[in-house]
Ligand binder design. Structure first.
Ligand code: UPG
Ligand code: MN
Length: 856
């Protein structure tokens, strides 16, 4: 699991998360010893450190992170190999063009186009990786410079946003665990606020938050007192070994049991919420039935819920309801809680522990069928505005509801980058890698995406910075507002209503943000203030302003993340990648193939949409560095590659043609050249996985999933895009289901739950085509073994190599269609040869039967 079991030792049984050395992620334990720096990295900021030391930190700011580059011994061969391959590819093209001999000329021409595209897209992908940089926060320096204790702290405020869109598809328990992990994070409570955006407008989510407000007064001090990790109770109780009597103090044992019991009760209360709300509503509604009221949904205080009702009616359904903003836990300085007393009067034996909690706010923006809600970006922008009115923190960070804080130091770590004396002020956002703890042990569908998170992103970190990836990313509020970075900011910027919308309080908050003149405590929350809070989350607020265009998260695209990051980079800001030895955040990934592919369609579709928008990397983003631009180009056009891959993968169909046909002559040479440049890709990949610190399995899964995606989701996205260009219809945001196959006994039940969707037809076609081709090839060999020349046998063998390679790449897909049978992959190993032999026999039989009729 995500965190190494820390429950032994004598400080109440817990270790300092910063000192944890054995890194772990998901179910696959990583090789120990890779450490923070890894053995292939060396310090890259010695000179800077020396200079800072000599200057004696005159500007009062320390170096708050360390920078590492890849060791010369690995970096130089890596770069050299890239150059050699580039030359090899060019030579290969020249050779092909000079030997333009083929049995099917149109196919030859197409394959040349395909090869040129492969070469080009490889270059787009490879060039930005020339100079990977790893940056690691120096928390000790931060703690030394900025006092953490309340009252004296000079740390900037952080507003944390959580988004949820559905209480069923996105289980409430996950969302509440996310919220609890935020409330318990190690950061000054008066400088932290948590906002939950609920796009379903369901009372149940609000009441679940109220329950959190009752359980948190126990959970948070418990975490603080014993330095609990992770601070999401579900993960803590489920995955961390329980303390054993005798090995920990009695006090810890007692507190642990107490908190665990209360947590179980908290879960029960969450479970009965739907029933409780329904029963209460029935009672109230029957009392009011005489007054002719509809069957409303009622809150505990006897008022009607302004959001979605259990029995939806006009103005009270998911896509149509009033704006709601409710403070669940007030700012600690106000010293009041919302009617909710902590569960018991006598808490833990927490005499010395700080019991205060950060502010917690529920927001459900208004919904109306006549407005476009702009999906997640719309929700985040509503939170951005609501939080500006209440806490207006300098920094904001957002989480998907299925992610939680796994390392309580994560927020402070991101702050290290923002406050660093080097480029801190020009850093717009700090992105963390995404980690998942529900992925099957061998990561069948490449959910961990290590090659991307640990390779590509470190590469970008050496340029202008990683792209924004949607969750676990801390922003500077001003950067999100579309303000230029300090190094190129105009003087006297004013907050205009035409740009930010016409709320005076909001505009005032922008001016304050610009002057960095904020107060820690929120304004008094009276009725006028609450009305304004709700007004900034109405549908119409965005209208006629720059929200979603140059202000806030960007609209009109299936994926707001890449484009929002692009826009910010385009203004000249930089970003930083924050890797921590003990993973900062952890989330849930779709391990079901169909769900996973839907997610991929959205991502790749969003990329293409970006390419065909004014945010196209060729024309947009005026201050983007050249190589960073190349990388954005790669991120937006990569799905196109799949069209060529799909054609190639279907080409073995040629085995069915009776004659010998060669796409390129001389064939043997062609294949040998091809093998050389393909092998070189993997040699580069091999060096890459070394510096990225990922395993061969990670690399291989990545290759496999790219093949599966290239025959399903990516071409689907391309198709979507074509339709989109013709009809102007965007891709629908289908929230990734967090639970499909429910099975209490099998954590990975989803893996074996296979559902057909049309986009899988090409994948199936490729599989059938390759199995058929290998079978027919075997048959041909049997029939012709006597007559074939050595050269011909060689050609057959080389052709087959390609087919077999495709089969290996499609292996996870083959497992997917086996459904539950895939629990024993051995079946496939037996079944496949049987099928191949059957096809071969069929071919031989047909050959004998029809010998005189048609030439086979
Ligand atoms: O109308 C909407 C739709 C989605 N969401 C939220 O958006 C988040 C991401 O949705 P999810 O279905 O979980 O998407 P994933 O594919 O798991 O998310 C990945 O891909 C998204 C981009 O497509 C990124 O924004 C995410 O951060 C990234 O984790 C969730 O918290 C949702 O509740 C909303 O708030 N409102
Ligand atoms: Mn998700």
């Amino acid at each position: 699991m995500a965190s190494p079991a820390p429950a032994d030792g004598d400080n109440g049984g817990l270790t300092d998360p910063l000192l944890v050395t054995a890194t772990g992620h998901g179910a696959t334990p990583r090789k120990a010893g890779l450490g923070a720096k890894g053995k292939y990295w060396v310090a890259a900021d010695k000179a800077e450190r020396m200079a800072a030391k000599e200057a004696g930190g005159e500007d009062g700011r320390a170096l708050l992170f360390r920078k590492y580059k890849v060791k010369g011994g690995l970096l130089h061969p890596y770069r050299l190999l890239i150059i050699i391959r580039l030359i090899a590819v060019l030579v290969f093209f020249a050779w092909r063009i000079r030997h333009n001999k083929s049995d099917i000329m149109w196919f030859w021409t197409m394959s040349i186009v395909g090869d040129v595209w492969f070469g080009f897209s490889w270059l787009l992908n490879q060039l930005p990786k020339f100079n990977p940089v790893k940056t690691i926060p120096d928390l000790a320096a931060l703690k030394q410079q900025f006092a953490f204790s309340e009252g004296t702290s000079r740390l900037p405020g952080i507003d944390v946003f959580v988004t949820t869109a559905d209480p069923i598809d996105e289980p409430i328990l996950y969302t509440m665990n996310c919220v609890l992990s935020i409330l318990a994070v190690d950061y000054p409570v008066d400088r932290l606020a948590c906002y939950l955006s609920d796009d379903s407008g369901a009372l149940i989510l609000y009441e679940a938050l109220v329950e959190v407000g009752k359980f948190a007064p126990l959970w948070v001090p418990f975490c603080r007192k014993y330095s609990i990790e992770p601070r999401a109770p579900e993960s803590y109780f489920e995955h961390v070994a329980p303390p054993q009597a005798g090995r920990v103090t009695q006090e810890f044992l007692n507190d642990y049991r107490r908190v665990q019991m209360e947590y179980d009760e908290f879960k029960v209360r969450l479970d009965i919420l739907p029933d409780a709300i329904r029963k209460r509503s029935d009672v109230y509604s029957s009392m009011r039935a005489a007054e002719g009221d509809q069957k409303a949904t009622w809150m505990a205080n006897g008022t009607q819920w302004p959001g979605t009702w259990i029995d939806p009616t006009e103005n009270h359904r998911k896509g149509h309801h009033a704006p709601i903003a409710k403070v669940v836990l007030h700012h600690p300085s106000s010293g009041q809680h919302l009617g909710s007393q902590p569960i018991t009067e006598s808490n833990l034996s927490i005499t010395t522990t700080d019991e205060r909690l950060p502010m917690l706010v529920y927001v459900s923006r208004e919904k109306n069928p006549s407005y476009d809600h702009n999906k997640k970006a719309g929700a985040l922008n509503a939170q951005l505005r609501a939080s500006a009115l209440l806490s207006n923190a300098q920094l904001v960070i957002n989480f998907d509801c299925d992610h939680y804080i796994n390392n309580s130091q994560a927020l402070s770590s991101a702050v290290c980058f923002m406050l660093d004396q080097r480029d801190g002020d020009n850093t717009a956002f700090v992105q963390f890698p995404q980690r998942f703890d529900n992925v099957d042990p061998t990561d069948r569908y490449g959910n961990h995406n290590r090659v991307f998170f640990d390779g590509t992103m470190l590469a970008l970190n050496g340029l202008q910075g990683p792209s924004y990836l949607g969750t676990g990313c801390m922003f500077r509020r001003l950067a999100l507002y579309g303000i230029d970075p300090p190094h190129c900011r105009a003087e006297n910027i004013t907050a205009e209503a035409s740009r930010f919308g016409n709320s005076t309080i909001f505009l005032d908050s922008v001016s304050k943000a610009l002057k960095n003149d904020r107060s820690i405590t929120p304004p008094p929350i009276d009725d006028t203030f609450l009305a304004e809070l709700e007004r900034v989350v109405t549908c119409s607020y965005d209208q006629g302003s720059d929200w979603g265009k140059g202000v806030g998260y960007i609209y009109d695209i299936a994926t707001e993340d890449i484009v929002t990051g692009f826009h910010i980079h385009g203004q000249g800001w930089r970003s930083m990648y924050c890797t921590m030895e003990h993973d900062a955040f952890c989330g849930v990934a779709p391990i079901n193939l169909t769900e996973r592919l839907h997610q991929i369609v959205r991502w790749s579709g969003g990329s293409l949409e970006m390419f065909f928008s004014h945010n196209n990397p060729f024309i947009g983003g005026r201050r983007i560095q050249p190589l960073q631009r190349v990388s954005y180009l790669n991120m937006t056009v990569y799905p196109v590659t799949s069209v060529f891959i799909l054609i190639y993968a279907l080409s073995p169909v040629m085995w069915l043609i009776p004659d010998e046909v060669y796409i390129q002559r001389p064939f043997t040479r062609y294949v040998v050249y091809l093998i050389i440049i393909v092998v070189m890709i993997h040699m580069i990949g091999w060096l890459e996985i070394k510096w990225a610190g990922v395993t061969w399995l990670d690399y291989w899964r990545n290759e496999q999933f790219f093949m599966i995606g290239s025959t399903s989701a990516y071409p689907m996205a391309v198709l979507h895009m074509v339709v989109n260009l013709l009809t102007k219809k965007g891709i629908h945001f289908r929230v990734t289901s967090k639970q499909t196959a429910a099975d209490d006994n099998d954590k990975f039940a989803d893996l074996y739950d296979f559902r057909w969707v049309p986009m899988l037809i090409p994948t199936m076609a490729v599989l059938v085509c390759n199995v058929g081709a290998i079978g027919v090839a075997l048959g041909k060999i049997v029939v012709n073994i006597e007559t074939w020349t050595a050269a011909k046998k060689m050609h057959a063998a080389l052709g087959l190599l390609f087919n077999i390679w495709i089969m290996f790449l499609l292996y996870p897909f083959a497992l997917a269609i086996m459904g539950r049978w895939a629990k024993r992959p051995i079946i496939l190993v037996i079944l496949l040869p049987v099928v191949l032999v059957l096809v071969a026999i069929l071919y031989v039989g047909l050959h004998i039967l029809l010998a005189g009729v048609i030439p086979l």
